[in-house]
Design a protein around this ligand. Sequence first.
Ligand code: B12
Length: 134
Amino acid sequence: MPDIVLATLNAKYIHASFGLRCLMANLGGLRERACMAEFIINQQPLVIVEAILAHEPRIVGFGVYIWNVEQTTEVVALLKRLRPGLIIILGGPEVSYETEGQAIVALADHVITGEADVKFAEVCRGLLETARHE
Ligand code: B12
């Protein structure tokens, strides 16, 4: 089972997420402990949540864009209700500027603004290391 799930809600099935693929490619040694889970904005939040939790991850990273912020907020709220210990990391253009006051940011554990190719791997490595020593 992967420790890290990289997820996003695309607007349509044909719009695959380049952002997630960049993060995945830069995970280094953590790549084998991660998987991608892409959905579309028309799917029910509970269906998305079930699919993510089926992987039994410790960290879920969401790519947040203008077209999915509403639905992703619902998904993150549900995940936190069902698995309060699950670590949620957000990134993407919709959470990269003026993040204060955003409902989704208040629900998340970490937000990485801007390009996260290197930073996402660093943050995950730190979090998984800390958990191992607790
Ligand atoms: C290609 C593209 C599209 C494509 C495909 C989108 C897709 N889902 O793949 C198409 C043509 C479909 C498209 C359409 C639209 N787009 Co567009 N698009 C782009 C564009 C030019 C490149 C995106 C890209 O692949 N970048 C390269 C990747 C590697 O970067 P990235 O996605 O930003 O990911 C990085 C970070 O954001 C971050 N990150 C991403 N996900 C995650 C997840 C985690 C956990 C973390 C930590 C970090 C993280 O790290 C990544 C690597 O550095 C950008 C502009 C740009 N220069 O980025 C606009 C952009 C994403 N689009 C934008 C908009 C507004 C739209 C439209 C709404 C326009 C319209 N009015 O119709 C539509 C609707 C979207 C739809 N229907 O899906 C805005 C989004 C603004 C926002 N706040 O979200 C952007 C930023 C352009 C802009 N400056 O306004 N778009």
